[in-house]
Design a protein around this ligand. Structure first.
Ligand code: NAP
Length: 301
C-alpha cells in the first residue's frame, strides 16, 4: 500500500513527489514514456527561473528526478491503464502491476495534437515528425516546414533553422499565438519564411515525404510546397479517461479546484492535464507543489 501514487514524471509529477517525499509519504511515481515528459525534450529553456542563461530541458528534468528520489520517491516505468476508486482505497492498474494507494495525483500531461490529413500516418517517421529536438538532426541542409502558430511551433522552427537550409512556418492565421519575443526571433531569421493564412490539406511523396499541399484559407487556392520534413506542432490534447467518474472537459482536461482537488476525493491533478490557461514548466511546478501539499493534508484528515 502506497500513501500516494503519482501518474506522470514530468515537472508537475516530480515536484509533487518532492513534496510528498518530504512529508514522509510512501510515494510511487509511474511514467509510461520518458522521465521529464515533454520538458525533457525541450532544447533550451529560457523562462524557468533560477537559470539566467537558460538550461537544457533534459538537464533540468534530470535534476528534478534526482531531487524526487533524494526524498524517497520510487519511480517506475509502467503504463497506467486505469485508476479504480473503491471505498477501501484506490487501485492503480498498469500494464505490469496492480497497486493500492490512499491518494492519487494525476500529472500525465498532454500529447501533441495530430493534423488528421491525408498522408499523416503514412509519412510518420519518413519525413513527418511531432518533435524537432528528437528528429531535427535527420534534416541537415534540407528544406522543412513546421505547422502551427503557438510557442511550440515557433521554438521548433528556430531550432530547425540552425540545422536545415530553409524552414517554412505554415500557420492558419495572420497573427501568431506565440510570445512577441519568439515572433520577433522568427521574423529576423533569414532561414525562416512564413506561409500565413494557409492550412495543410495533404502530404505527398513516394517512399519518403516530398511535398505538402497547402490551401489558402480565403481563396481556397492550393499550392505545392516541396519539403523533405514536416513538423506538426499544433497544440496539445489530453487523455484523462482512464479514471472512471472524473469530471473532465470535452477535450479531456481535468477540472480541479485551486488546491488541485478533482471531483473524486483523494484524487488530485496537476500540470498540463488540468483545465487551465497557462501551460509552462513554472506553472506545472506550482501545481505539483500544491497537489503534494493537498494530498498530504488529505491523508492527515
Ligand atoms: P498552442 O499554444 O495551443 O498553439 C497551437 C497552435 O496550433 C495555434 O497557433 C493554433 O492556431 C494551431 N492549430 C491548432 N489546431 C490546428 C489545426 N488543426 N490546423 C492548423 N493549426 C492548428 O500550443 P503549443 O504551441 O503546443 O503550446 C501549448 C502550451 O505550452 C501553451 O500554453 C504554450 O504557451 C506552452 N509552451 C510554452 C513554452 C515556453 O514558454 N517555453 C514552449 C512551448 C509551449 P490558432 O492560433 O489559429 O488557434
Amino acid at each position: 500500500m502506497y500513501d500516494v501514487i503519482i501518474l506522470g514524471a514530468g515537472p508537475a509529477g516530480l515536484t509533487a513527489a518532492i513534496y510528498t517525499g518530504r512529508a514522509w509519504l510512501k510515494t510511487l511515481v509511474l511514467e509510461s514514456a520518458m522521465i521529464g515528459g515533454n520538458a525533457a525534450i525541450a532544447d533550451n529553456i529560457d523562462n524557468y527561473p533560477g537559470f539566467p542563461f537558460g538550461i537544457l530541458g533534459g538537464e533540468l528534468m534530470e535534476n528534478f528526478r534526482q531531487q524526487a528520489e533524494r526524498f524517497g520517491a520510487e519511480i517506475r516505468m509502467e503504463q497506467v491503464i486505469s485508476v479504480v476508486n473503491a471505498p477501501e482505497g484506490k487501485k492503480v492498474v498498469t500494464t505490469d502491476n496492480e497497486y493500492s494507494t490512499r491518494a492519487v495525483i494525476i500529472a500525465t500531461g498532454a500529447r501533441r495534437r495530430a493534423l488528421t490529413v491525408e498522408g499523416e500516418s503514412e509519412y510518420l517517421g519518413r519525413g513527418l515528425s511531432y518533435c524537432a529536438t528528437c528528429d531535427g538532426a535527420f534534416f541537415r541542409n534540407s528544406v522543412v516546414a513546421v505547422v502551427g502558430g503557438g510557442e511550440s511551433a515557433l521554438k521548433e522552427a528556430l531550432y530547425l533553422a540552425d540545422i536545415a537550409d530553409k524552414v517554412y512556418i505554415i500557420h492558419r492565421r495572420e497573427e501568431f499565438r506565440a510570445s512577441p519575443i519568439s515572433v520577433d526571433k522568427i521574423r529576423n531569421n533569414s532561414r525562416i519564411e512564413c506561409k500565413l493564412n494557409r492550412i495543410v490539406t495533404r502530404i505527398e511523396g513516394d517512399s519518403v515525404m516530398r511535398a505538402v499541399i497547402l490551401q489558402d484559407v480565403a481563396t481556397k487556392e492550393e499550392e505545392t510546397l516541396k519539403v523533405e520534413g514536416l513538423f506538426v506542432s499544433i497544440g496539445l490534447v489530453a487523455d484523462a479517461d482512464f479514471v472512471e467518474g472524473l469530471d473532465i472537459t470535452s477535450d479531456g482536461y481535468i477540472f480541479t479546484d485551486n488546491d488541485m482537488r478533482t471531483s473524486i476525493k483523494g484524487i488530485f491533478a496537476a500540470g498540463d492535464i488540468r483545465d487551465k490557461r497557462t501551460r509552462q514548466i513554472a506553472s506545472a511546478v506550482g501545481d505539483g507543489a500544491q497537489a503534494g501539499v493537498a494530498a498530504t493534508e488529505y491523508l492527515k484528515e
